[in-house]
Design a protein around this ligand. Structure first.
Ligand code: TXA
Ligand code: MG
Length: 337
């Protein structure tokens, strides 16, 4: 199969929508990361997504909508709190887990009786969903385990020859995947995966916002997992990622003792002075770090890095999403200085 690169013209989006209606899979930009889109209600199409990515069958896909009217067609029950969150954060990078209707096949929901729904804000994603006339299942468009794609080139690198087409919509603005939440009661929600919509943002609408323990801690054998994605090794480049926590001086001193021919530093913008090894920078604040992280991890691989010492980001606000991706990329290998 030759993977076709499409542009964002209406004619190209119509072509992409026609392929989705026929059960093919197409890469699409969203404001968070690129997704691998398929008709969420067509089990054969969704199967192609799992095969192309090499994704474990028990890891459910997020279903994307472009109109509020689609929501009650896909889920059994929409709590009042979900409507209020949608009003505040949709379209945008928030995914809500709700009880699924039978029209969502088991393959899409990874065998669960719930489904994650999100209304993206990216105009290309929205137009593609509308033209397709269906809800679109789309996991991040990377090979399973690898960092998520934030450009069409990243996605082509991972899935060239394995999918029908990719729509090139330029670089993603947010850079990390959506915030995933589930409902605990009429007034409380739980964050299963942190993202650009922060705990503090959600607290403006929900009385109680719980952070799931899997966000910062490794899942132990036998532990109940609310979000199957948390079980798997994720976001990892080929290089060995080591997360280093402490002051910049302590970081520099530590990596100076660990210089090898193919070791790289990944630090904040403005910290380049005096580093003892080649480096990349990934922004000076959490929003920039979210946007640049996955591209930086991929660039480390392009440079042939064997080990990457990452200066640990802040853990508050959007920083929690960046930290959550990094500890998984590092396989929970964190050096505390
Ligand atoms: O920003 C995003 O969310 C991107 C773009 C393409 O929209 N999509 C994305 O999908 O990140 P994916 O498949 O890479 O991550 C989906 C996450 C996984 O951790 C999965 O386990 C969790 O959401 N998830 C999906 N459905 C779920 C459900 N019913 N219950 C619990 N967790 C669920
Ligand atoms: Mg993913």
């Amino acid at each position: 199969m030759k993977t076709v690169l499409l542009s964002d013209t209406e004619a190209d989006l119509e072509q992409a929508a026609a392929w989705i209606q026929k059960g093919e899979v197409v890469g699409m930009p969203t404001e968070t990361v690129y997704g691998l889109a398929a008709d969420a209600c067509n089990p054969e199409a969704v199967k192609k997504v799992f095969v192309a990515k090499g994704r474990p069958a028990d890891n459910p896909l997020i279903v994307h909508i472009s109109e509020m009217e689609q929501l009650p067609l896909l889920v059994e029950f929409v709590p009042d709190l979900a409507y209020r969150l949608a009003e505040r954060f949709w379209p945008g990078p928030l995914t809500m887990i709700l009880p699924k209707k039978a029209c969502i096949p088991a393959i899409t929901s990874g065998g669960l009786d719930t489904v994650g729904i999100r209304m993206p804000s990216h105009p290309i994603a929205r137009r593609l969903i509308t033209l397709s006339g269906t809800a679109i299942a789309a996991p991040s468009g990377n090979r399973s385990g690898y960092p998520s794609p934030t450009t069409a080139a990243h996605m082509l690198h991972d899935l060239n020859g394995r999918i029908t087409a990719i729509i090139d919509g330029g670089a993603c603005q947010v850079g990390v995947e959506s915030t995933v939440i589930c409902f605990e009661s009429a007034t409380s929600i739980r964050i299963l995966r942190p993202g650009y919509i922060t705990k503090e943002d959600l607290e403006q609408v929900a009385k109680t916002v719980i952070l799931d323990s899997a966000i910062l801690h490794e899942i132990q054998a036998g532990q109940m997992v609310r979000s199957p994605g948390m079980k798997y090794q994720h976001y990892s480049p080929k290089a060995n990622v080591i997360l280093v926590e402490g002051s910049y001086a302590a970081y520099c001193s530590y990596i100076s003792q660990h210089v090898t021919p193919h070791s790289y530093a990944l630090v904040f913008d403005g910290e380049e002075a005096g580093l003892p090894m080649p480096y990349f920078t990934y922004g000076k604040n959490s929003a920039e770090q979210a946007k640049q992280l996955f591209d930086c991890l991929r660039r480390c691989d392009e440079e042939g890095a064997v080990t990457v010492y990452v200066r640990a980001p802040e853990r508050n606000g959007i920083g929690l999403a960046v930290y959550n991706r990094l500890i998984r990329a590092a396989g929970f290998e964190v050096i505390q200085l």
